[in-house]
Design a protein around this ligand. Structure first.
Ligand SMILES: Nc1nc2c(ncn2[C@@H]2O[C@H](COP(=O)(O)OP(=O)(O)OP(=O)(O)O)[C@@H](O)[C@H]2O)c(=O)[nH]1
Length: 337
């Protein structure tokens, strides 16, 4: 499940819009134009000038923001400005039209949490509820004011609990779709994006990078001789050995079975071969606690002009295959022959 709220960056701008987010924005805009614009015009006709002005200002700023977000990935008006028009309009509507206007507050409060950052939505919902409630206590019977205010508070509370649960589930789902459960390493799904980013950096800035393809030697024999549980433990130990000997800026993936891929960023072939050798020797050292031989064959391939993702991985794979042919438990660096 995807996060359906818009993610603001440090400047409060709205980032990456996927098609679900766009759909939500279009729907909100359409509803606002169909429902609010006629109401604003009616308000102006009935001489509720400020109410009409605030409603039109809200719709205008919302539509402009939507266009800017879709075209440039950034809001034009900060959402505080857009929401201020809405708070003012709804408070004026309750003042002019009485309790009937309070019904409009419920969908607005419920929707805010899906379109605003969590804190902003909470601030907006509380401010709107407070201003409408104060007005109701001043202008209506206390029974009506208490009932309406209480149901608004309950709506806000339930919304926040539900959205928090959705976010937690969403994070779990994202983790499980991107992470290998046995080792906690990223799985193949993440690989494409990471490699594309490294290739972009190489093309743009000339930063070198190296792929290491690591395959545990005779892993089938380990499984057959000592069982799958021991095999799993070896996979975890190898994963830890790789993680412990790479930097945070490198990316480590379990491709499946007993095969791992390491993406070494900003590293040339000589540094890459040193890291590969360190990893190989750390994996070999796992033999001591296990009391049976553990080793891995490693193929290395350095990024090259015109490299594409699958050709680059194929080179590392060919190098790893050569390391197996060379007797396993060794590093082989791909060379164009
Ligand atoms: N324990 C365990 N075994 C797995 C897992 N995934 C795949 N395998 C086993 O890993 C073994 C992979 O063996 P291969 O890489 O084909 O061959 P190998 O025995 O390692 O031989 P070489 O690669 O030629 O050195 C197979 O027996 C798979 O059943 C896993 O998650 N856990």
């Amino acid at each position: 499940m995807e996060d359906i709220r818009f993610v603001p960056n440090n400047h409060g701008a709205i980032l990456s819009l996927n098609k679900h987010r766009k759909r939500l924005l279009y729907t909100i805009n359409l509803i606002c134009i169909i429902a609010i614009v006629p109401f604003a015009i009616l308000s102006l006709i009935h001489s509720y000038i400020w109410l009409g002005v605030c409603l039109l200002a809200f719709v205008a700023t919302l539509v402009i923001n939507t266009i800017c977000v879709i075209q440039r990935g950034r809001e034009y008006f900060h959402h505080v400005i857009v929401m201020s028009f809405l708070i003012a309009a709804l408070t004026l509507a309750v003042h002019h039209r009485g309790v009937g206007a309070v019904f409009w507050v419920f969908p607005v409060v419920a929707t805010s949490i899906f379109v605003l950052p969590m804190r902003a939505a909470l601030f907006f919902s509380v401010t709107l509820t407070a201003s409408v409630s104060i007005l109701m206590f001043m202008e209506m019977t206390h029974t009506v004011a208490i009932r309406a205010s209480l149901s608004l508070v309950i709506t806000i509370a339930i919304n926040y609990v539900v959205v928090n649960i959705i976010q937690e589930l969403q994070q779990k789902l994202r983790r499980s779709s991107e992470e290998d459960p046995l080792t906690g390493l990223s799985n193949r799904r993440q690989l494409d994006n990471e490699i594309m980013a490294v290739l972009d950096t190489y093309t743009r800035d000339g930063h070198s990078a190296v792929i290491l393809l690591i395959d545990i030697d005779r892993f089938k024999t380990i499984n057959d001789s000592f069982g799958h549980d021991v095999g799993d433990r070896i996979i975890q130990s190898v994963a830890n050995a790789i993680k412990d000997n790479t930097r945070k800026s490198d990316a480590v993936f379990r491709l499946g079975g007993d095969e791992f891929l390491v993406l070494l960023n900003g590293i040339d072939w000589s540094e890459g071969s040193v890291i590969a050798e360190t990893i190989r020797s750390k994996i070999e050292k796992l033999s001591e606690p296990e009391a049976f031989p553990v080793s891995a064959s490693i193929g290395a391939s350095v990024v090259y002009d015109g490299a594409d993702k699958s050709a680059w991985i194929k080179q590392a794979d060919a190098a790893m295959y050569q390391a197996k042919i060379n007797g396993r438990n060794c590093v082989h660096i791909y060379q164009d022959t």
